[in-house]
Design a protein around this ligand. Structure first.
Ligand SMILES: [Zn+2]
Length: 66
């Protein structure tokens, strides 16, 4: 299984397929790809996804702060 580095915590997490597959399904075993409110693309593990703010749209600055 392929692995990708989480943009939030720098952990290597397993992913189910190529980036395009992630885009289509929106989910993977260890994390997922997100396009944030500012248009930036990030790969995050589920732990980091849960730590993003829920009361507003997350931006790259929120990912950098994880
Ligand atoms: Zn992470």
């Amino acid at each position: 299984m392929a692995k990708r580095t989480c943009d939030g915590c720098d952990r290597r997490v397993p992913v189910g397929g190529g980036a395009e597959t992630l885009w289509t399904t929106g989910e993977a075993p260890g994390g997922l790809s997100l396009t944030l409110a500012d248009g930036s693309d990030h790969f995050l593990c589920f732990d980091c996804v849960e730590r993003l703010p829920e009361d507003r749209n997350a931006t790259a600055a929120d990912v950098a702060a994880l």
